[in-house]
Each structure stands twice: as C-alpha cells, then as structure tokens.
Design a protein around this ligand. Sequence first.
Ligand SMILES: C[S@@+](CC[C@H](N)C(=O)[O-])C[C@H]1O[C@@H](n2cnc3c(N)ncnc32)[C@H](O)[C@@H]1O
Length: 304
Amino acid sequence: MLAIGYRKSLQRIMQETVYPPTRTAPAIPARVNKSATMDTGCAQQLSRTKLTAGQIAELNAYDFMAHLGKQIINPGGKTGRDQMLAALVIPPTARLLEIGCGTGVNACYIARTYGCNVTAVDISTSMVERARNVIRSAHLENNVLCHYADINDLPFVDNEFDFIICQAVLMFVDQPAALTEVRRVLKPSGQFAAVEFNWRVIPLPALRDSTYRICGCHTLKFHSSAGWLDLFKANGFNHTELIQQPFRMLRIAGFLRDEGFNSLKILARALARWANLKRMMQIWRHFSRHQDYIGYVILSGRKP
Ligand SMILES: C[S@@+](CC[C@H](N)C(=O)[O-])C[C@H]1O[C@@H](n2cnc3c(N)ncnc32)[C@H](O)[C@@H]1O
C-alpha cells in the first residue's frame, strides 16, 4: 500500500514538473515572439512538454533549478536579496524595475514589503509565464507588471525608474552594454543594485572553465570583488558599494531558509528521475568542492 502511494505521489510530482499552461496571462507582445527565437545567450526557452533526460542534462543551472520547482534562484538566496534591498531606501511612490525576474517571487516580495509598483522583466518567455502565474496567485496584478525584455535592449524611455535591481543576471550578458542600458533607463540619482557570483580567489583557467560548463552557459563571466566594482565605475555609476559573502544557497540550511516546505517538493522531484538527480548532484558537488573560490557580491551604485 505504502509503495503504491509513494509511486502515485512521485508520478503526480513528475507530471507537475511539466510546465502548466498559463490560464489568463495576456498575450506576449509581438516583439517578444520575434525575439524569443533569437540567440538569447544562456536563457533557454523551455518546452512545455516533458523534458527528456538529454534535455535535462543540457539545461543551464538556473533553468534546471526552476524545472525542479526552486523559486529563489540567485547565489545569495533570500539573505542576499535582503542585503541588496537594505542598500536602497525604497519609498512606496518609487518605480522599481527588476531585470531577470525569474519566477517573480522576489518582485512580489518587494511590492508587498515596500508598497511600490514593480516592473519585472525577463528574457525567457517561460520564466515570464511562471512569474505571471506567481503574481496572479499573490493577487498582485495591480502592483507588479511582468513582461519580456532583454537587459541589453530595454523597452523603456530614458530616465524612467527610481531603482533598478537584478540578481544573477549581469554574469550572463554583455556587461558593459547591459550597464549602459540600465543607466539609460535609470533616473538621475537613481540607484542600481545587483547580486552576482564572484571569485573569492582567482581560479586557474581549468576551474573557471569547468564552473562555467557546470552552469551550462558559454557566456558566463564572474569577476573578483574588485573587478565588479571597477566594472560599475567604468560604466558610469558612482557611490559604488560592495559586500562580499560566501555562497550558501545550495547548503541544506540555505535551501530550507529560501524554500521552506517547498524544499521537500524539490527533493522529491530530484529523486523522482535519475536525470534530475544526476544533474543536481553534478551542480551540488562542484559548488561544494570549490566553495573557497566561489562567493557572491552585493553591488550598488548611483547614476550621477
Ligand atoms: C539565475 S536566474 C535568476 C532569477 C531571479 N533573479 C532570482 O533571483 O531568482 C537568471 C534570470 O535572468 C534571466 N536573463 C538571462 N539573460 C537575460 C537578459 N539578457 N535579459 C533579461 N533577463 C535575462 C534568465 O531568463 C533568468 O530568469
């Protein structure tokens, strides 16, 4: 009896892992459908059908985490997000843009905590659909607007936002181009903050390359803390600040803090399929083994 019950719940979890159709999400604008077929760097447009073992092995690390149902997918987890938000003083009247919003959980948290309007964008149309579902379930449709956008080509006029944030996004993209675009849409004196992986110790090329390979992304680029700060300064931000932290997201305590009961679902999904477990172990082992090298930084800067 127990075995049958266990099997049935595993089957249910495996079916749930296939992305559910969006119920009432507005149509994605025309420019999105066009761009979704472009080379979007590391952003993968996930299929709605059940993924094959080969497709799971090829998923980049964050799409894989999203595939398992993880909701917070950045190196600092909730702790890093809160440290980043502490660097900003966000009034309820602020207009805040989150770029690379992923599952939309952080955008909802910000709208609820600060009472401000949030525009959340992502280059992955499947992430946008997920985020819209999360926003709808949280009844925050009037506070959080979510749509497709590429950080390198933001569909906003100059000087539009008081605050812009991104978590684990800059490391995937053309960083000087992205920072120029962020600066363009930020108001003068507006603040930009980011959470990104960093090299706590500069690695040998073999470790650097294997880390980027495990993450499943050929355009990935981390910097040392000094390297990130220099990048912000060189691209026109002043009053720059940086906090460096060890990477804890994949530790059990970090997992539980970020996901709560959802951790059990994620674990069950990982165990339900060998391909999931294999990819999970590959990422987990690499980051645990090299934790002295890999950390994360919280960066902030102001547009002059
Ligand atoms: C590691 S996930 C982080 C998700 C979310 N920020 C979080 O903290 O949970 C990176 C996100 O950035 C998005 N992304 C990657 N390249 C992007 C780009 N050029 N423009 C906008 N978003 C991008 C991905 O689709 C993905 O959702």
